[in-house]
Design a protein around this ligand. Structure first.
Ligand code: LLP
Length: 423
């Protein structure tokens, strides 16, 4: 069942009317359905059933502590990309043994913290990083478990800023360099290479690039084993895309079938790191219309959410569905620009969107705002970060509140050699 649906003429998050959340927490506010996240995790489990597979939530998509706690409790692992994310994961209750550390620029300090915490493994992305891990591991007298992240050189159809699997990006080790590096790691007493990883990009709907990439990874597994090297883990990277608009419904069963076909008989443990597909459609950004402004032959719906809250439309030309919380039957459907109060032309949530013309004061829900939304927000224009609310059945709770102005400036200091403000 959909977790955001109309009942009695109003939009609900599970059993909670969104107007109640707006009332309790103010707007703009992110609203997440806990059950939607758990259902999405379950869908991955079903798709990968009968495989030795671990799902490690890519927490870069949404690092809210209450969501992390829900996923940790559900038994998932987690993929982190900084010492900060690692600490959030530990704090949320993920056992170190289910934490994997990805990322192209881990510092020696971060590598050290990861080894001290005893996480499952590091995904190593370059020869230089391999040397750094070896050095830190030797200093600490701790063997580092690593996967080599390779770049399978496939071009996947997604936005260029989030395609990562072709060789002209900064990610991973070229396939042809992997065997020598893997052997080099295996020969180091402080390194234990246990497998390979890849991530070809995000918001991928078409399954064929996965088949190509996984096929190349399987060949590499065979080649490494042929050299007498041990390979027990294959990390397939992020999850499949989600439906924002009218994309074909992403097919997890087809994805699972590809994984089973390519790796099912290869005696490897599978790991996948979905982010967007676990949380993306489990959240909305709730916003209130401040003004409806007609000028230059256009209709601007000025709302209290802005590019600082949800930058995806501005940054990636992303399309997010925007719907009224209380539909007004008979409202004329017109093309509008939904814009925020930020002083930039690029501050829009939708452009030339055909929708029933909203009235000032009404609530709108910006859909599919559970992933890469709150985590990418900023306080530009001294706008406080929007709070986050978690819905669970019929209850809801603020799981991150809106900061006060004092909290927003708490890290600032005025040096005493600056002249005091004029009286
Ligand atoms: N693993 C690695 C190594 C990644 O780099 C990523 C995403 C994931 C897993 C999770 O991918 P997902 O399952 O979410 O597709 N801010 C962009 C998306 C950036 C994705 C970065 N890497 C957006 O708003 O579309």
């Amino acid at each position: 069942a959909p977790h955001f649906a109309y009942r009695g003429g109003r939009l609900m998050a599970d059993e909670v009317p969104l107007e109640d959340v707006a009332e309790a927490a103010g707007t703009p506010v992110f609203v997440y359905s806990r059950q939607a996240v758990l259902d999405a995790a379950e869908a991955y489990r079903t798709a990968l059933a009968e495989l030795p597979a671990t799902i490690c939530y890519a927490m870069k998509a949404n690092g809210n502590g209450a969501l992390l706690r829900s996923l940790a409790t559900a038994g998932l692992g987690v993929d982190v990309v900084s010492a900060g994310e690692m600490k959030l994961a530990l704090r949320a209750g993920f056992p170190a043994s289910r934490i994997v550390f990805s990322g192209v620029g881990k510092t020696a300090a971060e590598i050290g913290e990861a080894l001290d915490a005893g996480i499952a493994h590091l995904n190593v992305e370059s020869e230089a990083e391999l040397e750094a891990v070896a050095q830190v591991a030797a200093q600490r007298g701790k063997v580092a478990h690593i996967l080599l992240r390779v770049n399978p050189d496939v071009a996947a159809a997604t936005h260029e800023k989030i395609a990562t699997g072709h060789k002209a990006t900064k990610f991973g080790i070229a396939l042809e360099h992997a065997p020598a590096l893997y052997a080099r790691a295996a020969a180091d007493p402080w390194l234990e290479p246990i497998g390979i990883a890849a991530h070809i990009g995000s918001q991928i709907i078409d399954m064929s690039p996965y088949r190509t990439a996984f096929g190349r990874m399987a060949e590499l597994v065979d080649a490494l084993r042929g050299q007498g090297l041990t390979v027990t883990q294959v990390d397939l990277g992020g999850g499949i895309g989600i439906r924002y608009r009218d994309e074909p419904l992403p097919d997890l069963a087809a994805y699972g079938a590809i994984v089973r076909e390519i790796f099912g008989h290869r005696d490897v443990e599978i790991l996948i790191e979905p982010g967007r597909s676990l949380v993306g459609n489990a959240g909305v950004l709730l916003t209130r219309v401040i003004y409806v402004k007609k000028s230059g032959g256009k209709t601007f719906v000025v709302v209290d959410a802005a590019m600082n809250d949800l930058i995806r439309p501005t940054l990636y030309d992303a399309w997010h569905e925007i719907v009224p919380v209380h539909p007004a039957p008979g409202a004329p459907v017109v093309p509008v620009d939904v814009v925020g109060p930020v002083c930039e032309t690029g501050d829009y949530l939708a452009r030339n969107r055909e929708m029933p013309e909203p009235v000032a004061g009404s609530l709108l829900a910006v859909m599919s705002a559970g992933a890469y939304a709150a985590v990418m927000a900023s306080s530009y224009n001294a706008r406080p970060l929007a709070p986050e609310v978690l819905v669970d059945g019929g209850r809801h709770a603020v799981v991150r509140r809106r900061p006060t102005m004092d909290e927003m400036t708490a890290l600032e200091a005025v040096p005493d050699w600056l002249a005091p403000a004029p009286p």
